[in-house]
Design a binder for this molecule. Sequence first.
Ligand code: SF4
Ligand code: SF4
Length: 125
Amino acid sequence: MNAARKIPVRKRFDCSQCPGYCCSYQIPVNERDLARLAKHFGVSQKEAAERYTKTFEGEPVLRHRKDHIYKSVCMFFDRDERRCTVYPVRPSICRRYPGVNRCGYYDFLKFERGLHGDEDFIPDA
Ligand code: SF4
Ligand code: SF4
């Protein structure tokens, strides 16, 4: 019997070329996310919640700190290297994002870079 073959969907964005706009969002965390972070840092889940989260609009989100490109970014974002420092244990929402094969911000970034003729151009946040 022929098994239906899944055709891989090609991603149309490259996070390595982006300064990490999505890491400037407020990132909600659930219990499993917290448990992963707690294990990674060798702290209790309660400590992880206190150290790494704050309440935003009534739900726990990752804490932020100031950033020179966006107003603020996730506390786990390396602001010089522009990458996640907890990538293997990042929250589930970070794993799923953007959920489709395109990223709206990346399309915008590419458009602006083309317009300015500068592959490193970053539009004002
Ligand atoms: S904003 Fe889009 S391209 Fe940039 S890091 Fe996030 S998912 Fe990747
Ligand atoms: S956990 Fe990592 S991927 Fe998720 S917002 Fe923070 S820096 Fe970005």
